[in-house]
Write a protein that binds this ligand. Sequence first.
Ligand SMILES: Cc1ncc(C[n+]2csc(CCOP(=O)(O)OP(=O)(O)O)c2C)c(N)n1
Ligand SMILES: CC(=O)[C@@H](O)[C@H](O)COP(=O)(O)O
Ligand SMILES: [Mg+2]
Length: 625
Amino acid sequence: MDLYNIEDPSFLKNKSEDELKEIAQEIRKFLIESCAKTGGHIGANLGVVELTIALHKFYNSPEDQIIFDVGHQAYIHKILTGRINQFDSLRQYKGLSGFPKLSESEHDVWEAGHSSTSLSAAMGIAKARDIKGEQFAVVPIIGDGALTGGMALEALNHIGSDKTKMTIILNDNEMSIAPNVGALHNMLGRIRTNTSYNRIKYDVEELLSKIPSVGSSIRGVADRVKDSLKYLVVNGVFFEELGIKYIGPVDGHSFHDIERALKSANESSGPVLIHVITKKGKGYQHAENDEIGTWHGLGPYKIETGESIGSGGTMSWSEFMSNSVFEHALKDERIVALTPAMPVGSKLHKFQNELPERFFDVGIAEQHVVTMAGGLASYGMKPYVAIYSTFLQRGYDQVLHDIDRQKLNVFFGIDRSGLVGADGETHHGVFDLTFLLPLPNMVVVMPRDEKEAKLMIDFAVDYNGPIAFRYPRGNILGVDMNEERSEIELGKWETMQKGIDITVISYGPTLTDVLEANSALKEKGISVNIINARFIKPIDTDLITEIAKSGQPILVVEEAMLTGGLGALVQSYVMDHDLGTTVKRIGIDNTYVEQGSVSELLEEVGLTKENIINKVLEILSNEKK
Ligand SMILES: Cc1ncc(C[n+]2csc(CCOP(=O)(O)OP(=O)(O)O)c2C)c(N)n1
Ligand SMILES: CC(=O)[C@@H](O)[C@H](O)COP(=O)(O)O
Ligand SMILES: [Mg+2]
């Protein structure tokens, strides 16, 4: 079978099981080879090869709506819907997205990137279908990790009570990114190991099918026996009690078993959940043996050895942050660390292994993690919540209502602040300032390099109140740790270079570009006053006033949304206090930034040394007029 000839999934309809197995094998081989070059979410995809093929054989996409939760496991779906030729560009600039994308194919009916949205989306689609009197199938596929997300549970609550027809595929591989956690995970584990129920249930169903309809009273008794079995051996009771018919566990690598379950689900008039058991990384030894979560998603690798290509170098920001907080925790018993399912990305292993009683992986539960940190803080602890900027969006009300309003002593490590690269528009950490800066009690900081990070971590640990500590994806800028630095003082900025023509204010790693632009501007005889706004909030109002009174125009450069960013704060301060000086900004202007390498994306949004130079020249030339 030439995978490159696939245009749509209809070719699967008349394939025999042996042929399907062959296709699965070819797809696996392709995925392993292709992701070795581009990187990507290989582990999750290798686990759903048979499942995705079986779904596309059984259903008629796009009329039947197949909805992938998170969407990181939709590569096979992309291959079966005619996109194999684009895999060379997977997750690259202008290339094939790593997630379902409406603009890529009519078969992508729902976009995601963040987890646990599929069931709510499915409910909406199913309701629209019913209101319009249409008949198609609605099939959300949700992982055991994504099922721990609060939204998924809210949706189950609604779907079960409403009895809306849909077939939910629960893809249980026992892994979130890291090994999955929580009581739901434990419950699924019990079901997986409880084979006796499954055997009895199938036997009883088999028996029931043989009872003729005339024997209705016998059949009634038998039905009740079958129903009561679930109470005896607990399988699926959780879902059944919610009003959702449970089928499973089903071997997710067996075409026969999946098809049998899909047929059975299809006959039901209400919601059904098929519990499918799969192996993450299936068919590729390195990914299959992964017990940590490294193979969930990664960059290019060597196929034979599984070694990563091109990673390494200096320490990542995440590792530096987590290790530094861990060092503090060894001395300060108030410090506890929390993560919503991201111990791998946030590099919390040291904390997790050495201080397990003060470490909490709460699963994909951003709202819960924030408020739980509040509870810990309210009782004298110093919680460190390592959370990706993009996922903190989920916990915003909790940050506002529970933490900031009560001035609780929570230290947020806001990982992946700024542009993240290949994951694209669902994952860039560029909105957090817009939602954090209005909070009256929140302090927001972002260090520019390793030395400043160390000083700021010391500050944040000592600080008593909510503090958001932003840091980007990628490696930390290493410097001489003995270098002299001005003391970190709440709301005070650092003057990195005194100048007389224009002030450029920035923070974090973007300052490197500002410093580079400065070298070129110096050659043109322009003297730049360079300010490190290490506190993005509170801003240094004394310094802004002093600069404005000196008559210098100001340029604020930031890797964040312009709306509600630092530049906006500085502009309003200058305006509100009639300081009269010009304030211009470079940042992300009212757009969702796509996927690509961070440098390509910085170029696209104008966050480059060249653009800073041009903007400075433009401002100075306008000032002269
Ligand atoms: C709201 C949110 N939090 C965290 C993540 C990061 N994340 C992406 S996939 C994933 C694990 C999902 O596990 P599961 O649903 O079981 O899928 P699997 O990879 O095992 O197939 C996590 C935590 C996310 N995408 N969205
Ligand atoms: C799909 C998802 O949300 C995660 O797998 C994400 O891709 C991880 O990103 P990092 O590689 O930055 O940890
Ligand atoms: Mg999983």
